[in-house]
Design a protein around this ligand. Structure first.
Ligand code: C2E
Ligand code: MG
Ligand code: MG
Length: 266
């Protein structure tokens, strides 16, 4: 086992179900929001909700260290409910400054497959008077994606409610072009690994070009994640990439800081 894996295993073992439940009750989970930009107009189009655990004992815990545990810990329904309650409440505030922005949330396969998941999302949206067209759901490809999700019908139901379904981390992991055909995908997010070495690696440029072309031929807009430099931003814009996200534009920000940021970037 690698050193990193050992370290992560140790860290995960130390977090208990009771601790997570308490953290949920004590409102220690918070969302930071990272804007997504239209590369052509240079304006923000929406924000992606990225979860953090602000633990009084552990400090700020990144999502990948606790979300898989939250899901395994039978807290999944409380977690999903909290996710939509919080992000819709924050979207309401965001809309007072930038009325047309969408809210993108990351969903795991386990969340989507819970019974009545879509009904729950719709009810919370109605409570907050949020039109579902402002919601974008990001899914990541994994080995178990297709069959279970297709059979649950949840993505179809979300799409029928005008929710945008986007494929996150496209090009990495278990990417399968079949998913683009079988699922109601409407947007591709190119994995940040391709963008990281975009300027140095000609192969990455070829792959990114091909993903942009593929997305457009299928009628989807394409977003590049992890843009950190002017050169990357310019290259992507010149090669027809529609949207961008990354530290070059902004890091993920707590809701109040995001609102100040948006006031300065109308
Ligand atoms: P993701 O959805 O692909 O989010 C992008 C990640 O890249 C975020 O990390 C973001 O902070 C980071 N990032 C953004 N711009 C840059 C950049 O320019 N350079 C670099 N190096 N990184 C950048 P974060 O917030 O640590 O999230 C990691 C992953 O955790 C997310 O990947 C997403 O898959 C998952 N995640 C976050 N929040 C949630 C959630 O509420 N539910 C679920 N199921 N997963 C979540
Ligand atoms: Mg994402
Ligand atoms: Mg991603």
């Amino acid at each position: 086992m690698s050193f990193l894996k050992k370290l992560l295993t140790r860290k995960q073992k130390a977090i208990t179900e009771d601790e997570l439940l308490l953290a949920l009750k004590n409102h220690e989970f918070v969302f930071y929001y990272q804007p997504e930009w239209d590369l052509k107009t240079g304006k923000p189009l929406g924000v992606e909700a990225l979860m953090r655990w602000e633990s009084p004992t552990r400090g700020i815990v990144p999502p990948m260290d606790f979300i898989p545990l939250l899901e395994r810990a039978k807290l999944i329904n409380n977690f999903s409910r909290f996710l939509f309650e919080q992000t819709f409440a924050d979207l309401k505030e965001i809309h007072t400054v930038s009325p047309d922005l969408f809210m993108a949330v990351n969903l795991s396969l386990l969340q989507i497959q819970e019974p009545n998941f879509v009904e729950m999302v719709k009810n919370i949206a109605d409570e907050h008077k949020i039109d579902m067209k402002y919601l974008e759901c990001e899914i990541t490809e994994t080995q178990g994606l297709t069959q279970d999700i297709i059979e649950s019908g949840a993505l179809d139901k979300l799409a029928a409610l005008n929710v945008t379904i986007s494929m996150d981390d496209f090009g990495s992991g278990y990417s399968s072009l079949t998913h683009l055909r079988q699922l109601k995908i409407q947007k591709l997010k190119i994995d940040l690994d391709f963008v990281k070495t975009l300027m140095e690696d000609k192969k990455n440029q070829t792959i990114v070009d091909a993903i942009i072309q593929l997305g457009h031929d299928l009628g989807f807009p394409v977003l590049a994640e992890g843009i950190e430099t002017t050169e990357q931003q310019e290259w992507l814009k010149e090669h027809g990439c529609d949207y961008g996200q990354g530290y070059w534009f902004s890091r993920a920000l707590p809701a109040d800081q995001l609102i100040t940021f948006l006031k300065n970037h109308p």
